[in-house]
Design a protein around this ligand. Structure first.
Ligand SMILES: Cc1ncc(COP(=O)(O)O)c(C=O)c1O
Length: 473
Protein backbone atom coordinates (compact mmCIF):
# COMPACT_ATOMS: atom_id res chain seq x y z
CA UNK A 1 0.00 0.00 0.00
CA UNK A 2 1.54 3.36 -0.96
CA UNK A 3 2.72 5.33 2.10
CA UNK A 4 1.25 8.59 0.71
CA UNK A 5 -2.21 7.03 1.22
CA UNK A 6 -1.65 6.89 4.97
CA UNK A 7 0.02 10.30 5.08
CA UNK A 8 -2.81 12.02 3.20
CA UNK A 9 -5.31 10.24 5.48
CA UNK A 10 -3.76 12.11 8.42
CA UNK A 11 -4.80 15.42 6.81
CA UNK A 12 -8.50 14.46 6.83
CA UNK A 13 -10.88 15.58 9.60
CA UNK A 14 -11.08 13.18 12.57
CA UNK A 15 -14.66 12.22 11.65
CA UNK A 16 -13.33 10.54 8.48
CA UNK A 17 -10.86 8.31 10.33
CA UNK A 18 -13.45 5.56 10.76
CA UNK A 19 -14.19 5.47 7.02
CA UNK A 20 -10.50 5.45 6.19
CA UNK A 21 -10.00 2.46 8.53
CA UNK A 22 -12.82 0.49 6.90
CA UNK A 23 -11.47 1.30 3.45
CA UNK A 24 -7.98 0.15 4.45
CA UNK A 25 -9.28 -3.14 5.90
CA UNK A 26 -11.19 -3.79 2.67
CA UNK A 27 -8.11 -3.20 0.53
CA UNK A 28 -6.00 -5.46 2.74
CA UNK A 29 -8.66 -8.21 2.67
CA UNK A 30 -8.74 -7.98 -1.11
CA UNK A 31 -4.92 -8.28 -1.33
CA UNK A 32 -4.89 -11.34 0.94
CA UNK A 33 -7.75 -12.90 -1.01
CA UNK A 34 -6.02 -12.29 -4.35
CA UNK A 35 -2.80 -13.86 -3.03
CA UNK A 36 -4.63 -16.93 -1.69
CA UNK A 37 -6.73 -17.18 -4.81
CA UNK A 38 -3.58 -17.41 -6.90
CA UNK A 39 -2.22 -20.19 -4.72
CA UNK A 40 -5.60 -21.96 -4.59
CA UNK A 41 -6.12 -21.86 -8.32
CA UNK A 42 -2.59 -23.22 -8.85
CA UNK A 43 -3.53 -26.14 -6.59
CA UNK A 44 -6.84 -26.72 -8.28
CA UNK A 45 -5.33 -26.96 -11.76
CA UNK A 46 -2.66 -29.42 -10.61
CA UNK A 47 -3.21 -32.92 -11.98
CA UNK A 48 -0.60 -35.50 -11.02
CA UNK A 49 1.22 -36.93 -14.02
CA UNK A 50 0.49 -40.62 -14.64
CA UNK A 51 3.37 -43.05 -14.42
CA UNK A 52 4.27 -46.72 -14.06
CA UNK A 53 7.34 -48.25 -12.50
CA UNK A 54 10.09 -50.06 -14.36
CA UNK A 55 12.61 -52.41 -12.79
CA UNK A 56 16.06 -51.50 -14.11
CA UNK A 57 17.46 -55.07 -13.84
CA UNK A 58 14.66 -56.81 -15.75
CA UNK A 59 12.73 -54.09 -17.57
CA UNK A 60 9.43 -55.25 -16.01
CA UNK A 61 6.81 -52.50 -15.95
CA UNK A 62 4.20 -52.48 -13.19
CA UNK A 63 1.96 -50.20 -11.13
CA UNK A 64 3.06 -48.25 -8.07
CA UNK A 65 1.15 -49.46 -5.02
CA UNK A 66 1.53 -46.04 -3.42
CA UNK A 67 4.86 -46.43 -1.70
CA UNK A 68 6.57 -49.17 -3.75
CA UNK A 69 10.34 -49.14 -3.19
CA UNK A 70 11.30 -52.48 -4.84
CA UNK A 71 10.07 -54.95 -7.40
CA UNK A 72 9.15 -58.03 -5.34
CA UNK A 73 9.39 -60.18 -8.48
CA UNK A 74 13.03 -59.26 -9.07
CA UNK A 75 15.62 -61.40 -7.30
CA UNK A 76 18.57 -59.09 -8.06
CA UNK A 77 19.24 -55.82 -6.25
CA UNK A 78 17.76 -53.16 -8.52
CA UNK A 79 16.30 -49.69 -8.59
CA UNK A 80 12.79 -49.19 -9.87
CA UNK A 81 12.17 -46.04 -11.89
CA UNK A 82 9.05 -44.12 -12.81
CA UNK A 83 8.16 -44.08 -16.48
CA UNK A 84 6.12 -40.90 -16.87
CA UNK A 85 3.27 -40.65 -19.31
CA UNK A 86 4.40 -37.13 -20.25
CA UNK A 87 7.56 -37.57 -22.27
CA UNK A 88 8.01 -33.85 -22.84
CA UNK A 89 8.51 -31.75 -19.75
CA UNK A 90 6.23 -28.70 -19.60
CA UNK A 91 7.81 -26.41 -17.02
CA UNK A 92 5.12 -24.48 -15.16
CA UNK A 93 5.82 -20.76 -15.24
CA UNK A 94 4.94 -18.45 -12.39
CA UNK A 95 6.13 -17.45 -9.01
CA UNK A 96 4.79 -19.98 -6.49
CA UNK A 97 5.37 -23.44 -7.95
CA UNK A 98 8.84 -24.01 -6.51
CA UNK A 99 10.11 -27.46 -7.55
CA UNK A 100 6.54 -28.41 -8.49
CA UNK A 101 7.09 -26.51 -11.72
CA UNK A 102 8.70 -29.84 -12.77
CA UNK A 103 5.67 -31.88 -11.60
CA UNK A 104 5.41 -33.65 -14.98
CA UNK A 105 8.42 -35.68 -13.89
CA UNK A 106 7.69 -36.03 -10.19
CA UNK A 107 5.75 -39.00 -8.73
CA UNK A 108 3.60 -36.80 -6.52
CA UNK A 109 -0.08 -36.79 -5.58
CA UNK A 110 -0.30 -33.26 -4.26
CA UNK A 111 1.67 -30.05 -3.86
CA UNK A 112 2.78 -28.86 -0.46
CA UNK A 113 3.01 -25.35 0.95
CA UNK A 114 6.08 -23.07 0.68
CA UNK A 115 7.99 -25.05 -1.97
CA UNK A 116 11.51 -23.94 -2.88
CA UNK A 117 13.57 -24.91 -5.93
CA UNK A 118 17.12 -25.05 -7.31
CA UNK A 119 18.26 -21.97 -9.21
CA UNK A 120 20.62 -22.17 -12.19
CA UNK A 121 22.66 -19.24 -13.48
CA UNK A 122 25.67 -18.72 -15.71
CA UNK A 123 28.75 -18.04 -13.64
CA UNK A 124 31.07 -15.14 -14.31
CA UNK A 125 33.26 -14.81 -11.21
CA UNK A 126 34.23 -18.44 -10.66
CA UNK A 127 34.09 -19.18 -14.41
CA UNK A 128 36.64 -16.42 -15.18
CA UNK A 129 38.91 -17.62 -12.39
CA UNK A 130 38.77 -21.21 -13.67
CA UNK A 131 39.05 -20.22 -17.34
CA UNK A 132 35.65 -21.68 -18.29
CA UNK A 133 33.32 -20.05 -20.80
CA UNK A 134 30.21 -22.11 -20.05
CA UNK A 135 30.07 -22.79 -16.36
CA UNK A 136 26.51 -23.10 -15.03
CA UNK A 137 25.96 -23.18 -11.30
CA UNK A 138 22.86 -24.83 -9.92
CA UNK A 139 22.52 -23.32 -6.49
CA UNK A 140 20.59 -25.13 -3.75
CA UNK A 141 20.33 -23.03 -0.65
CA UNK A 142 19.51 -19.57 0.58
CA UNK A 143 20.48 -16.65 -1.60
CA UNK A 144 17.54 -14.24 -1.92
CA UNK A 145 19.28 -12.03 -4.50
CA UNK A 146 19.30 -15.04 -6.84
CA UNK A 147 15.80 -16.08 -5.80
CA UNK A 148 17.18 -19.15 -4.01
CA UNK A 149 14.98 -19.68 -0.95
CA UNK A 150 15.76 -23.06 0.56
CA UNK A 151 15.53 -22.12 4.21
CA UNK A 152 17.24 -25.36 5.27
CA UNK A 153 20.03 -24.47 2.82
CA UNK A 154 20.59 -27.77 1.00
CA UNK A 155 19.21 -29.80 -1.91
CA UNK A 156 17.81 -32.27 0.63
CA UNK A 157 14.84 -29.91 0.69
CA UNK A 158 14.06 -31.13 -2.85
CA UNK A 159 13.91 -34.72 -1.57
CA UNK A 160 11.63 -33.73 1.27
CA UNK A 161 9.18 -31.69 -0.84
CA UNK A 162 8.92 -34.52 -3.35
CA UNK A 163 8.79 -37.50 -0.92
CA UNK A 164 6.18 -35.88 1.33
CA UNK A 165 4.05 -34.94 -1.69
CA UNK A 166 4.08 -38.63 -2.73
CA UNK A 167 2.16 -39.56 0.44
CA UNK A 168 -1.40 -40.40 -0.56
CA UNK A 169 -4.46 -40.10 1.69
CA UNK A 170 -4.14 -43.81 2.64
CA UNK A 171 -0.73 -43.13 4.23
CA UNK A 172 -1.54 -39.88 5.99
CA UNK A 173 -2.10 -41.58 9.38
CA UNK A 174 1.33 -43.20 9.36
CA UNK A 175 4.39 -41.60 10.87
CA UNK A 176 7.13 -41.08 8.30
CA UNK A 177 10.52 -42.25 9.63
CA UNK A 178 13.73 -40.61 8.41
CA UNK A 179 17.26 -41.42 9.58
CA UNK A 180 19.84 -38.76 8.86
CA UNK A 181 23.11 -37.24 9.98
CA UNK A 182 21.88 -33.68 9.45
CA UNK A 183 20.77 -31.94 6.27
CA UNK A 184 18.10 -34.50 5.32
CA UNK A 185 16.61 -34.41 8.83
CA UNK A 186 16.46 -30.61 8.79
CA UNK A 187 14.80 -30.58 5.36
CA UNK A 188 12.15 -33.17 6.27
CA UNK A 189 11.49 -31.48 9.61
CA UNK A 190 10.79 -28.14 7.91
CA UNK A 191 8.57 -29.57 5.18
CA UNK A 192 6.59 -31.81 7.56
CA UNK A 193 6.21 -29.06 10.15
CA UNK A 194 4.92 -26.56 7.56
CA UNK A 195 2.48 -29.12 6.18
CA UNK A 196 1.28 -30.96 9.32
CA UNK A 197 2.82 -34.31 8.29
CA UNK A 198 3.75 -36.73 11.11
CA UNK A 199 7.50 -37.31 11.16
CA UNK A 200 9.92 -39.20 13.39
CA UNK A 201 13.59 -38.29 12.93
CA UNK A 202 16.39 -40.65 14.00
CA UNK A 203 19.66 -38.71 14.32
CA UNK A 204 22.97 -39.35 16.12
CA UNK A 205 23.04 -37.16 19.26
CA UNK A 206 26.35 -35.58 18.17
CA UNK A 207 24.65 -34.20 15.03
CA UNK A 208 21.64 -32.46 16.57
CA UNK A 209 23.23 -29.04 16.19
CA UNK A 210 22.29 -29.43 12.53
CA UNK A 211 18.63 -29.22 13.53
CA UNK A 212 18.25 -25.43 13.46
CA UNK A 213 15.18 -23.65 12.14
CA UNK A 214 13.93 -20.10 11.69
CA UNK A 215 10.81 -20.82 13.77
CA UNK A 216 9.67 -23.38 16.36
CA UNK A 217 8.47 -26.62 14.78
CA UNK A 218 4.96 -28.04 14.79
CA UNK A 219 4.43 -30.85 17.32
CA UNK A 220 3.92 -33.37 14.48
CA UNK A 221 7.74 -33.55 14.22
CA UNK A 222 9.48 -35.74 16.83
CA UNK A 223 13.17 -36.48 17.31
CA UNK A 224 14.89 -39.52 18.82
CA UNK A 225 18.66 -39.83 18.93
CA UNK A 226 21.39 -42.41 19.54
CA UNK A 227 23.75 -41.39 22.33
CA UNK A 228 26.89 -39.31 21.92
CA UNK A 229 29.70 -41.29 20.21
CA UNK A 230 27.27 -43.09 17.89
CA UNK A 231 27.15 -42.44 14.13
CA UNK A 232 24.74 -42.32 11.20
CA UNK A 233 24.63 -46.12 11.05
CA UNK A 234 23.45 -46.39 14.63
CA UNK A 235 20.67 -43.93 13.77
CA UNK A 236 19.75 -46.06 10.74
CA UNK A 237 19.61 -49.18 12.97
CA UNK A 238 17.27 -47.35 15.31
CA UNK A 239 15.03 -46.29 12.44
CA UNK A 240 14.92 -49.89 11.15
CA UNK A 241 13.61 -51.09 14.52
CA UNK A 242 11.00 -48.31 14.57
CA UNK A 243 9.83 -49.20 11.06
CA UNK A 244 8.98 -52.74 12.17
CA UNK A 245 6.32 -51.24 14.42
CA UNK A 246 2.70 -50.72 13.38
CA UNK A 247 1.93 -47.21 12.16
CA UNK A 248 5.44 -46.21 10.99
CA UNK A 249 6.52 -45.80 7.38
CA UNK A 250 10.15 -46.07 6.21
CA UNK A 251 11.02 -43.19 3.91
CA UNK A 252 13.12 -45.60 1.86
CA UNK A 253 16.24 -43.58 0.99
CA UNK A 254 17.66 -43.85 -2.53
CA UNK A 255 15.07 -46.46 -3.47
CA UNK A 256 12.27 -43.96 -3.01
CA UNK A 257 11.52 -42.71 -6.54
CA UNK A 258 10.27 -39.41 -5.12
CA UNK A 259 13.57 -38.84 -3.35
CA UNK A 260 15.54 -39.35 -6.57
CA UNK A 261 13.23 -37.38 -8.83
CA UNK A 262 13.08 -34.57 -6.28
CA UNK A 263 16.86 -34.34 -6.47
CA UNK A 264 16.62 -34.67 -10.26
CA UNK A 265 15.07 -31.18 -10.30
CA UNK A 266 18.65 -29.85 -10.18
CA UNK A 267 19.26 -31.37 -13.64
CA UNK A 268 15.82 -30.19 -14.78
CA UNK A 269 16.63 -26.66 -13.65
CA UNK A 270 20.03 -26.65 -15.39
CA UNK A 271 18.93 -28.25 -18.65
CA UNK A 272 15.88 -26.05 -19.13
CA UNK A 273 17.95 -22.96 -18.28
CA UNK A 274 20.83 -23.84 -20.62
CA UNK A 275 18.57 -25.22 -23.36
CA UNK A 276 20.52 -28.50 -23.59
CA UNK A 277 21.91 -31.14 -21.27
CA UNK A 278 25.40 -30.22 -20.01
CA UNK A 279 28.63 -31.95 -21.07
CA UNK A 280 29.69 -32.46 -17.45
CA UNK A 281 27.88 -32.74 -14.12
CA UNK A 282 29.91 -32.12 -10.93
CA UNK A 283 28.64 -33.12 -7.49
CA UNK A 284 30.07 -34.37 -4.20
CA UNK A 285 28.49 -37.64 -3.13
CA UNK A 286 27.77 -39.53 0.06
CA UNK A 287 25.21 -42.02 -1.20
CA UNK A 288 25.39 -40.98 -4.86
CA UNK A 289 21.59 -40.57 -4.97
CA UNK A 290 21.77 -37.01 -6.29
CA UNK A 291 24.03 -38.07 -9.16
CA UNK A 292 21.86 -41.10 -10.01
CA UNK A 293 18.88 -38.72 -10.03
CA UNK A 294 20.68 -36.32 -12.38
CA UNK A 295 21.44 -39.22 -14.74
CA UNK A 296 17.82 -40.41 -14.70
CA UNK A 297 16.55 -36.90 -15.43
CA UNK A 298 19.11 -36.65 -18.26
CA UNK A 299 17.79 -39.91 -19.79
CA UNK A 300 14.29 -38.40 -19.74
CA UNK A 301 15.56 -35.27 -21.51
CA UNK A 302 17.07 -37.46 -24.24
CA UNK A 303 13.65 -39.09 -24.68
CA UNK A 304 12.01 -35.66 -24.59
CA UNK A 305 13.95 -34.88 -27.77
CA UNK A 306 14.22 -31.07 -27.46
CA UNK A 307 17.44 -30.88 -25.44
CA UNK A 308 19.83 -33.00 -27.51
CA UNK A 309 21.00 -36.56 -27.14
CA UNK A 310 23.96 -35.85 -24.89
CA UNK A 311 24.43 -37.65 -21.58
CA UNK A 312 26.30 -35.42 -19.12
CA UNK A 313 29.47 -37.12 -17.83
CA UNK A 314 28.91 -37.59 -14.12
CA UNK A 315 31.98 -36.32 -12.24
CA UNK A 316 31.33 -37.17 -8.63
CA UNK A 317 33.65 -36.65 -5.70
CA UNK A 318 34.37 -37.99 -2.23
CA UNK A 319 36.23 -36.38 0.63
CA UNK A 320 39.62 -37.95 1.57
CA UNK A 321 40.17 -40.18 3.51
CA UNK A 322 36.56 -41.47 3.39
CA UNK A 323 36.59 -43.03 -0.11
CA UNK A 324 34.60 -46.30 -0.36
CA UNK A 325 33.09 -45.60 -3.80
CA UNK A 326 36.28 -44.01 -5.15
CA UNK A 327 38.28 -47.13 -4.21
CA UNK A 328 35.73 -49.49 -5.77
CA UNK A 329 35.58 -47.39 -8.96
CA UNK A 330 39.38 -47.34 -9.26
CA UNK A 331 39.35 -51.14 -8.96
CA UNK A 332 36.59 -51.27 -11.61
CA UNK A 333 34.51 -53.18 -9.11
CA UNK A 334 30.71 -53.12 -9.00
CA UNK A 335 30.90 -54.30 -5.39
CA UNK A 336 32.27 -52.00 -2.70
CA UNK A 337 35.61 -53.24 -1.36
CA UNK A 338 35.76 -54.44 2.27
CA UNK A 339 35.91 -51.44 4.63
CA UNK A 340 36.49 -52.12 8.32
CA UNK A 341 33.72 -50.44 10.34
CA UNK A 342 36.11 -48.89 12.89
CA UNK A 343 38.36 -47.55 10.14
CA UNK A 344 35.31 -46.13 8.35
CA UNK A 345 34.18 -44.36 11.56
CA UNK A 346 37.69 -42.95 12.02
CA UNK A 347 37.88 -41.75 8.40
CA UNK A 348 34.40 -40.23 8.63
CA UNK A 349 35.48 -38.27 11.69
CA UNK A 350 38.36 -36.71 9.73
CA UNK A 351 36.53 -35.31 6.74
CA UNK A 352 35.40 -31.71 6.55
CA UNK A 353 32.13 -32.71 4.84
CA UNK A 354 30.68 -35.38 7.19
CA UNK A 355 27.44 -35.53 5.16
CA UNK A 356 29.50 -37.43 2.57
CA UNK A 357 30.24 -40.34 4.92
CA UNK A 358 27.71 -42.97 3.83
CA UNK A 359 29.02 -46.50 4.44
CA UNK A 360 26.35 -48.33 2.42
CA UNK A 361 25.66 -46.26 -0.70
CA UNK A 362 23.45 -47.58 -3.55
CA UNK A 363 26.50 -48.12 -5.70
CA UNK A 364 26.47 -51.64 -7.17
CA UNK A 365 22.77 -52.40 -7.65
CA UNK A 366 21.23 -52.24 -11.13
CA UNK A 367 20.51 -48.57 -11.85
CA UNK A 368 22.88 -47.48 -9.07
CA UNK A 369 25.91 -45.19 -9.21
CA UNK A 370 28.24 -47.73 -10.85
CA UNK A 371 25.83 -48.10 -13.79
CA UNK A 372 25.32 -44.34 -13.98
CA UNK A 373 29.08 -43.71 -14.21
CA UNK A 374 29.58 -46.43 -16.83
CA UNK A 375 26.69 -45.16 -18.94
CA UNK A 376 27.92 -41.57 -18.92
CA UNK A 377 31.71 -42.22 -19.06
CA UNK A 378 31.90 -40.55 -15.68
CA UNK A 379 34.51 -40.64 -12.96
CA UNK A 380 34.99 -40.41 -9.20
CA UNK A 381 37.50 -37.92 -7.83
CA UNK A 382 39.00 -37.65 -4.36
CA UNK A 383 39.35 -34.26 -2.65
CA UNK A 384 41.34 -33.48 0.50
CA UNK A 385 40.13 -31.17 3.28
CA UNK A 386 42.78 -28.63 2.29
CA UNK A 387 41.57 -28.56 -1.33
CA UNK A 388 37.94 -28.31 -0.20
CA UNK A 389 38.66 -25.43 2.18
CA UNK A 390 40.50 -23.53 -0.53
CA UNK A 391 37.62 -24.10 -2.98
CA UNK A 392 35.09 -22.94 -0.36
CA UNK A 393 36.96 -19.66 0.05
CA UNK A 394 37.38 -19.27 -3.71
CA UNK A 395 33.64 -19.76 -4.31
CA UNK A 396 32.68 -17.21 -1.68
CA UNK A 397 35.19 -14.71 -3.04
CA UNK A 398 34.21 -15.09 -6.70
CA UNK A 399 30.45 -15.74 -6.45
CA UNK A 400 29.66 -13.85 -3.24
CA UNK A 401 27.93 -16.50 -1.12
CA UNK A 402 29.07 -19.06 1.46
CA UNK A 403 28.74 -22.74 0.51
CA UNK A 404 28.81 -26.03 2.44
CA UNK A 405 31.95 -28.10 2.57
CA UNK A 406 30.22 -30.77 0.47
CA UNK A 407 29.64 -28.23 -2.30
CA UNK A 408 33.25 -27.10 -1.91
CA UNK A 409 34.39 -30.70 -2.49
CA UNK A 410 32.51 -30.61 -5.81
CA UNK A 411 34.11 -27.26 -6.70
CA UNK A 412 37.59 -28.60 -5.90
CA UNK A 413 36.92 -31.67 -8.04
CA UNK A 414 36.08 -29.35 -10.95
CA UNK A 415 39.44 -27.62 -10.44
CA UNK A 416 41.15 -31.03 -10.57
CA UNK A 417 39.36 -31.97 -13.78
CA UNK A 418 40.42 -28.67 -15.39
CA UNK A 419 44.04 -29.19 -14.30
CA UNK A 420 44.00 -32.70 -15.81
CA UNK A 421 42.50 -31.19 -19.01
CA UNK A 422 39.50 -33.48 -18.80
CA UNK A 423 37.32 -30.36 -18.83
CA UNK A 424 38.13 -27.79 -21.54
CA UNK A 425 37.37 -24.07 -21.67
CA UNK A 426 34.34 -24.37 -23.96
CA UNK A 427 32.69 -27.38 -22.34
CA UNK A 428 29.22 -26.86 -20.91
CA UNK A 429 29.66 -27.61 -17.23
CA UNK A 430 26.98 -27.92 -14.54
CA UNK A 431 28.31 -27.50 -11.02
CA UNK A 432 25.74 -28.68 -8.50
CA UNK A 433 26.18 -26.54 -5.41
CA UNK A 434 24.24 -28.86 -3.14
CA UNK A 435 24.14 -26.52 -0.17
CA UNK A 436 24.92 -22.93 0.66
CA UNK A 437 23.86 -19.66 2.17
CA UNK A 438 23.68 -21.01 5.73
CA UNK A 439 25.90 -18.24 7.09
CA UNK A 440 23.73 -15.70 5.29
CA UNK A 441 20.47 -17.30 6.45
CA UNK A 442 21.52 -17.56 10.07
CA UNK A 443 22.69 -13.95 10.09
CA UNK A 444 19.25 -12.83 8.82
CA UNK A 445 17.12 -14.97 11.17
CA UNK A 446 16.71 -15.98 14.80
CA UNK A 447 17.48 -19.68 15.28
CA UNK A 448 15.46 -22.37 17.09
CA UNK A 449 16.89 -25.82 17.81
CA UNK A 450 14.92 -29.07 17.88
CA UNK A 451 15.40 -31.00 21.15
CA UNK A 452 15.31 -34.81 21.30
CA UNK A 453 12.18 -36.45 22.73
CA UNK A 454 14.38 -39.38 23.79
CA UNK A 455 18.07 -40.37 23.67
CA UNK A 456 18.75 -44.12 23.17
CA UNK A 457 21.92 -45.97 24.15
CA UNK A 458 23.72 -47.64 21.21
CA UNK A 459 22.70 -51.08 22.55
CA UNK A 460 18.98 -50.21 22.75
CA UNK A 461 16.50 -53.09 22.70
CA UNK A 462 13.39 -53.45 20.56
CA UNK A 463 11.20 -53.55 23.69
CA UNK A 464 12.66 -50.27 24.91
CA UNK A 465 12.05 -48.60 21.55
CA UNK A 466 8.44 -49.84 21.54
CA UNK A 467 7.85 -48.63 25.11
CA UNK A 468 9.30 -45.15 24.45
CA UNK A 469 7.45 -44.63 21.18
CA UNK A 470 4.12 -45.83 22.58
CA UNK A 471 4.47 -43.28 25.40
CA UNK A 472 5.43 -40.58 22.89
CA UNK A 473 2.40 -40.94 20.55
C1 LIG B 1 24.98 -30.58 1.14
C2 LIG B 1 25.10 -31.99 0.66
N1 LIG B 1 25.76 -32.22 -0.48
C3 LIG B 1 25.92 -33.47 -0.97
C4 LIG B 1 25.39 -34.56 -0.30
C5 LIG B 1 25.56 -35.91 -0.89
O1 LIG B 1 24.36 -36.32 -1.47
P1 LIG B 1 24.10 -37.82 -1.83
O2 LIG B 1 23.97 -38.57 -0.52
O3 LIG B 1 22.84 -37.83 -2.60
O4 LIG B 1 25.25 -38.33 -2.57
C6 LIG B 1 24.70 -34.37 0.89
C7 LIG B 1 24.16 -35.49 1.65
O5 LIG B 1 23.62 -35.36 2.73
C8 LIG B 1 24.54 -33.04 1.38
O6 LIG B 1 23.87 -32.79 2.51
Amino acid sequence: MPPFFFLSALLLPKSCYFLVCIFTVQILTFCIFAENFNAMSDKMIFTPTKYQLQTVATGRVFDDQGWTLDDKQCDKPSMVRPVYEKKQLQVKEGRCWGLYRYADWLPIKTMLANPSEPVTYKSEGLANRLGLRNLYITFNGYWPERNARMTTCSFKEMEAFSVCARLGEELKDKVLVVASAGNTARAFAKVCSDNGIKLLLCVPQDNINALWFDKPLNDCVKLITTESGSDYFDAINLSNVVCEMEGYLAEGGAKNIARRDGMGTTMMSATTFIGRTPDFYFQAVGSGTGAIAAWEANLRFVEDGRFGTNKARLMVSQNKPFLPMYEAWRADSRALLPYDADQARKDAAEICAPVLSNRKPPYGLAGGLFDALKDTHGDILAVSNTEANAAKALFEETEGIDIYHAAAVATASLQQAIEKEVVKADDVVMLNITGGGEKRFQADHEMYYLKPNHIFKIDFTKEEVERVLTAMR
